[in-house]
Design a protein around this ligand. Structure first.
Ligand code: SAM
Length: 356
């Protein structure tokens, strides 16, 4: 998923920085701002027990599937009644269920009625987050998953597997520049492709992983872990506003939408880390309250907390250190004839603390 602040491309930098600093008897790794789940999944693969958490429910669904599931689900409850007959020569349970969902007839539910041009035609706010066809596909799949769940035909792992796959599929065909703060006026090429559920990469594991959906600031003092990894937002852009459509697909709770962008109510999901005056005190409190021996913070040189103030806050509790990695970020500046690309140098930070 193309997610703001995703650590997918930095996962080996994190692995190197974290593993060289912690001792080998560390077993429990907490990813308290888990986003897409890529960091938790990476350290799950390394043999840690993972505790993942995020304040957003779509992120909880992704983590509940990628971190929380350790064996590919069998979907016995859905397949046992024999009503689903594969249309092609496939025999894998997951593939059969995904194919069934991918070929359902579209339905005009909340997504179509609120985020698609056809569904919002003639209303105060015409929106184009998805093509009409994809909005109706998304509704049909979301309703079927919920019906199976309510009828007791899915295990919890299976329910979240399908929700995570749907969130990922919807994001791939969203008609946005990347986040859901606005939709595009024209329909971009990827948004014209049909929404298709895909298999998730499940990492097999013998550990009993935990996934939470709460404010991490309140969670840290209740958790027992060896490593606390923190990857909070770096700037004022709230994730609840940038990913509100994914939140609604995940919850499917008929929210009252506001304005042209169709924002859902989100006051209880606003993060202190997006506010200049609150970020550093919130960070310092989490470092103070955690029982983890090691605390790591991912951040960058453009964040609202400064490098020196972070080191000073961490330094109150033990030996703090900083690893950096440079990368070139390319920004498109449009002039009348050509796009001119400007490269800026940004530094990615990994702060480390060995608590005393
Ligand atoms: C930089 S992103 C994390 C990206 C993640 N490491 C990845 O690779 O996908 C920050 C995440 O923190 C979450 N978040 C913000 N404030 C939070 C809070 N107080 N408690 C828990 N999660 C929070 C956001 O929803 C967002 O998913």
């Amino acid at each position: 998923m193309n997610y703001i602040g995703s650590k997918y491309s930095l996962r080996y930098f994190l692995e190197e920085g974290i593993l060289k600093n912690v001792n080998s008897d560390c077993k429990v790794f907490c990813d308290v701002f888990a986003g897409t789940g890529v960091v938790g999944t990476h350290f799950k693969q390394k043999g840690f027990k993972i505790i993942a958490n995020d304040i957003q429910y779509y992120s909880f669904c992704l983590n509940r599937a990628l971190v929380g599931i350790s064996q590919v689900p069998a979907f016995d409850g859905v397949l046992d009644d024999g009503k689903i007959v594969p249309t092609t020569l496939i025999c894998d349970a997951t593939d059969i269920v995904l194919e069934y969902l991918n070929t359902l007839d579209g339905r005009s539910g909340f997504i179509y009625r609120n985020y698609c041009p056809g569904g919002t035609e003639g209303t105060e706010f015409k929106r184009q987050y998805f093509s009409d066809e994809n909005g109706r596909r998304c509704d049909a799949i979301r309703m079927q998953i919920e019906n199976w769940w309510q009828a007791g035909k899915l295990t919890e792992d299976e329910y979240f597997y399908l929700l995570a796959s749907l969130i990922d599929a919807a994001d791939r065909v969203a008609n946005t520049a990347s986040v859901y703060g606005a939709f595009l006026k024209h329909v971009k090429k990827s948004a014209m492709k049909p929404l298709q559920l895909k298999r998730l990469g499940i990492v097999e594991s013998d550990e009993d992983h935990e996934v939470h959906n709460v404010n991490g600031q309140a969670l840290v003092e209740r958790l027992s872990c060896d490593v606390l990894y923190m990857d909070p937002p770096y700037n004022h852009r709230q994730y609840c506003a940038n990913y509100h459509v994914l939140e609604t697909i995940a919850r499917y709770d008929d929210p009252n939408l506001k304005g042209v962008t169709g924002l859902r109510p989100q006051d209880d999901q606003k993060s202190d880390f997006c506010m200049k005056r609150r970020a550093l005190p919130a960070f310092e409190e989490m470092v103070r309250k955690t029982s983890a021996q090691y605390v790591f913070l991912s951040y960058n040189s453009e964040g609202i907390m400064g490098k020196d103030e972070i080191l000073q806050a961490m330094g109150q509790y033990g030996e703090a250190d900083l690893m950096t990695r440079d990368y070139q970020r390319f920004r498109a500046d449009v002039d009348r004839e050509n796009r001119v690309y400007k490269a800026d140098q940004v530094q990615e930070y990994l702060f480390c603390l060995n608590k005393q």
